[in-house]
Design a protein around this ligand. Structure first.
Ligand code: IMP
Ligand code: MG
Length: 175
């Protein structure tokens, strides 16, 4: 097993999620749909949704599968949707939520797919931004932490399906 170096502990993550919820609630209003990308965003989305609920927001919550990695630690650059987008996005404000914005292929693809479904104003929210690695012209509207390059695991984020259970965010030392 590779060593996991601590990046952000539970308290740090929780504090940042609360601050993000303030910004999202102010920017999106009470009525919108979260389209979260599986699988890495599931823990972040669960915490963000409850923080939004405490602020009076009432987002619908949908998940869609997106694959860009397989079992490798390098993105294929060709994301595909696994399953279907929710059918009732027409005219709705949508917040696309992902765990990590890296090259930008996955988030740009998902955002464009949501827009093509007829959604209204469509914004994006990511927990982590590896800005230095961007290949697509996309910035998230709401960002948790900007980080250096390195392979991140924990808080829902995997390496080959492992480590998702970690309550904190870490970096794989010899990935
Ligand atoms: P992008 O298309 O290169 O921006 O990749 C985004 C997707 O790749 C995210 O949704 C993550 O699922 C995955 N990803 C990117 N960096 C990491 C990482 O450090 N650890 C685990 N998954 C990652
Ligand atoms: Mg992902």
């Amino acid at each position: 097993m590779a060593e996991v170096r601590l990046l952000f502990d539970e308290r740090r993550i929780a504090g940042r999620v609360e601050a993000l919820a303030d910004a999202v609630a102010a920017g999106m209003g009470p009525d919108f749909t979260i389209v979260a990308l599986l699988t890495g965003a599931f823990v972040f989305t669960a915490d963000l949704a409850r923080a939004l609920g405490r602020r009076g927001a009432r987002p619908r919550i949908e998940f869609v599968g997106i694959k860009s990695y397989g079992d490798a630690t390098v993105s294929s650059g060709r994301p595909v949707l696994v399953g279907n987008l929710p059918p009732d996005l027409s005219g709705r404000r949508v917040l696309v939520v992902d765990d990590i914005l890296d090259t930008g292929h996955a988030l740009a693809f998902a955002r464009d797919a949501v827009r093509a479904q007829g959604a209204g104003e469509t914004r994006t929210c990511v927990l982590l931004d590896k800005r230095a690695r961007r290949e697509m012209p996309i910035e998230a509207d709401f960002t948790g932490f900007t980080i250096e390059d390195g392979f991140v695991v924990g808080y829902g984020i995997d390496c080959a399906q492992d480590y998702r259970y970690l309550p904190y965010l870490g970096v794989l030392e010899d990935a």
